[in-house]
Design a protein around this ligand. Structure first.
Ligand SMILES: [Zn+2]
Length: 429
């Protein structure tokens, strides 16, 4: 990646004087503050990479394999996964929500038990990553803990739960999941559950599901109340439009979309309409725009066939290939798909920043953030692994966002919402 050299005379001055709004420690000014600004102008302009390394960057959606922290999925090594600790460090990604994801299964006793067991394995995997690397990464349960970890020079791991299904038939496990660090909950995944309707049919990225609950069920509405009381952010990524609007209306606190796209830019069931974006913003929430190729462009039949060809060539034919293949095989599969880019251009960083621009123009800069969905199918041309993260900052700066605005998008908005959710719960206790 080549970085554009961008001139920021004011920022140079600010960095030299140590007065940026950025959260991280900036080097102490060499001269005392009484030195005339003229002297500071001699400093070379910071590159976008330097600006990126100074700000606090947070990705709200990083999927993990249940094998995280075992051989073949060792986060301490620069290995085949899109996210590991060395690549987080080199890519200047300070913090991430690591995901306890459970796919939608049957709403019966065996289904709930299997879902709970899977959630348990994911929590254990994240805990393993942290306990094996205590000098590198800290499990954080509050925005203050996150900022403190980063100020100490460590990486921060927060936990998001994707799909309320493993909470049990009556969210029996909610308190336990909170105690283990779950701080946002996506109400559904692909397929409806007992809490409400999904944007998509079960097991399908692209299929639209016929409504069952027409939004959230009574149980889903009472779950929102419990999330508010505990201090868990309500996440409307993967919910249907009716569910999203119902969740926003019910919640006493701002809600998030942890990894979503913009319907006006590409009409996909997973993307949010203007009405949803406006509702989330009106409540003070934030939409974390996701770098997910197939939510950002129409794929031709030839393109789909070419991707399928790559998969079959690698022997990835089992229905649950994504869960069972080794991390190295998944890495090679992604590389194979990326190699098709010349023939079938994928979505790019430019498309991702278009979606950020769209939200900023529609509802304001207070309501936009960024999510990769790395490990869960995420990644676009130019941002295929966490080490390429500075390229996003570069594009935002190139489009005229100030470094302070870039940091607001990278972490400030999400941390604001999280703090509000936490404060509301605190006041209820
Ligand atoms: Zn997802």
């Amino acid at each position: 990646m080549t970085l554009r050299t961008i001139q920021y005379p004011l920022l140079t001055l600010a960095l030299a004087l140590g007065i940026t709004g950025c959260s991280k420690e900036v080097p102490a000014p060499e001269a005392n503050v009484a030195t005339p600004p003229v002297a500071a102008k001699a400093e070379p302009a910071p590159t976008s990479d330097q600006i990126h390394q100074q700000l606090l960057a947070l990705d709200t959606h990083i999927d993990i394999p249940t094998t995280l922290g075992t051989e073949g999925a060792d986060p301490s090594l620069d290995g085949p996964m899109q996210v590991d600790l060395p690549k987080m460090r080199s890519g200047g990604l300070d913090a991430g929500f690591f995901i306890v994801y459970v796919g939608q299964g049957p709403l019966d006793e065996a289904g709930y038990q299997a879902a709970y067991d899977e959630a348990e394995r994911k929590f254990a995997a994240i805990e393993r990553m942290v306990s094996q690397n205590p000098d590198a990464i800290v499990l954080v349960k509050t925005p203050a803990e996150l900022k403190a970890a980063v100020a100490e020079g460590k990486l921060a791991a927060a936990i998001g739960i994707e799909n309320a299904y493993p909470l049990g038939p009556h969210y029996e496990h909610l308190q336990e999941f909170y105690d283990r660090g779950g701080r946002y909950l996506s109400l559904t995944h692909f397929g409806h559950n007992h809490f409400g309707d999904s944007s998509s049919a079960k097991g399908e990225q692209n299929g639209v599901a016929e409504p069952v609950n027409h939004g959230l069920s009574e149980l889903g509405l009472s779950l929102i109340d419990e999330l508010n009381k505990l201090g868990i952010m309500v996440d409307v990524s993967h919910t249907s439009k009716e569910s999203t609007l119902a969740a926003v209306a019910r919640s006493k606190t701002p809600v998030i979309a942890s990894h979503s796209g913009v319907k006006a830019l590409f009409d996909h069931p997973r993307n949010l309409s203007d009405e949803e974006l406006q509702a989330i913003a009106a409540k003070g929430g934030v939409v974390q725009l996701v770098a997910f190729d197939s939510y950002m462009r129409e794929m031709s039949e030839e393109n789909k066939a070419a991707v399928k060809g790559v998969r079959e060539q690698m022997g990835l034919t089992a229905p649950d290939w994504y869960k069972t293949a080794s991390q190295q095989t998944l890495h090679d599969f992604r590389a194979g798909v990326a190699a098709l880019n010349e023939q079938f251009p994928r979505a790019s960083i430019s498309d991702l920043v278009d979606s950020i621009d769209y939200v900023v123009k529609l509802v304001g800069i207070d309501h936009a953030g960024i999510a990769s969905d790395f490990g869960g199918g995420g990644g676009v041309e130019g941002w295929d692994s966490v080490e390429q993260t500075p390229a996003i900052t570069e594009e935002l700066l190139f489009r005229g966002y100030t470094p302070e605005e870039v940091e607001q998008i990278w972490s400030g908005n999400l941390l604001r919402v999280w703090a509000e959710v936490e404060a509301y719960a605190e006041a209820q206790r």
